[in-house]
Design a protein around this ligand. Structure first.
Ligand SMILES: [Fe+2]
Length: 367
């Protein structure tokens, strides 16, 4: 059996209504708190109010300017705010963007240089501030990962950052807080969780225990996403659970070629992250079926999606087109996409030899 390292230091409070235990759970030593969220969550979700009422009588400030796909400048602005008010802890409330932003702000609030410096590999001088996550979507799994993804606007690139000191110290996964998700967000984030499980299952970093978790996640998402879209509370609870487990999956197995190819659809054409991955999924699976070193695992995935008519029909049954031309992608720009994909380190854990030509062909077959 393959040896492995399992490390997941985040305390997770999971269950409907458990946000009401937050105040009692959070160490009283944290008295100055910054909440990172976005305007949408602040306006429409009950989560921020629920967190605020739990944190009384501590001193709490709100940074509600997190962008969808947070940029370097956005994180630096939040970090300046955190430094000015001498925050001791950052709480990310929302989907992947606010949770990732909370991690970036926590890193920069304790370290003096620009975000790009640390993203290019320089070790931070100080540990980041502690982070707590309160997800309001069911997809990214950021509440249990040491990862954050930021957008480099200048180079139209999404850049991932991993640092084990960025695992949240505590995450409250309360599925009641996902009740205000609009239908497309349920679909896109649910499909993101599905791809997390699927990619970590195929990754060269996969190991038995992670595989079992991944297969469980795939099963839960496949058989509950339709009902979750109809706002069935039990199905939405299961999606929150699967999404959190898929976060554990990517912490240990990582994501592979699919995610890094999806980034270009977001930075060039504005596709939501989960939708970008979903659109490319059948095409990347086609490539893996022919060229990967894990063909038996690909067959297993094919079996799991077979009751839904296969990966393409599954994705399209949620109204997500798997043809990139329908999003305005053209053959002329694929060269630019390939340049950004081939340099990413996730190529190395993709279980197939991948050349620039391969990436180009996968994109082209998806047009
Ligand atoms: Fe993702």
């Amino acid at each position: 059996m393959k040896p492995f390292l399992f490390h997941l230091p985040t305390e997770v409070l999971f269950g409907r209504g458990r946000i009401r235990e937050f105040g009692a759970r959070l160490d009283p030593k944290f008295e100055r708190i910054l909440i990172a969220t976005d305007k949408n969550v602040a306006l429409k979700s009950p989560a921020v109010d629920a967190v605020l009422s739990e944190l009384q009588p501590r001193q709490v400030w709100l940074f509600q300017d997190v962008a969808e796909n947070p940029t370097f400048e956005n994180i630096e602005e939040g970090a300046r705010f955190a430094r000015d008010l001498r925050a001791e802890i950052i709480i990310g409330v929302g989907g992947g963007s606010p949770m990732d932003a909370a991690k970036g702000i926590a890193l920069l609030a304790a370290n003096g240089k620009d975000l790009s410096v640390y993203l290019s590999g320089e070790k931070p001088e100080n540990p980041p501030l502690p982070v707590v996550c309160v997800p309001t979507t069911s997809g990214t799994g950021s509440e249990v990962t040491p990862y954050a993804v930021f957008t480099d606007v200048e180079n139209r690139n999404k850049v991932g950052y991993a640092n084990s000191s960025l695992f949240p110290i505590l995450s409250i996964v309360d599925p009641e807080l996902t009740s205000t998700m609009p239908e497309p967000v349920i679909i896109h984030t649910g499909l993101d969780a599905l791809t997390h499980a699927l990619e970590s299952f195929l990754s060269t970093q996969a190991f038995w225990m992670n595989d079992i978790l991944a297969l469980h996640v795939i099963d839960v998402v496949l058989w509950n996403l339709k009902q979750a879209v109809r706002k069935d509370p039990e199905a939405m609870t299961k999606l929150s659970y699967a999404s959190m487990l898929a976060g554990i999956n990517i912490t240990h197995g990582g994501t592979i070629l699919l995610h890094i190819m999806g980034y270009c659809l977001t930075t060039f054409h504005g596709l939501p992250h989960g939708k970008a991955n979903a659109a490319l999924l059948p095409h990347v699976l086609d490539f893996m079926r022919k060229h990967s070193t894990v063909k038996e695992k690909v067959r297993k995935l094919d079996d799991l999606v077979e009751p839904f008519g296969g990966a393409r029909q599954l994705i399209e049954s949620f109204g997500v087109s798997t043809r990139l031309s329908s999003y305005g992608v053209s053959e002329e720009e694929l060269g630019e996409f390939v340049k950004r994909v081939i340099v990413k380190s996730d190529i190395k854990i993709t279980p197939a030899p991948v050349t620039e030509q391969d990436i180009f062909q996968i994109y082209r077959s998806a047009l």
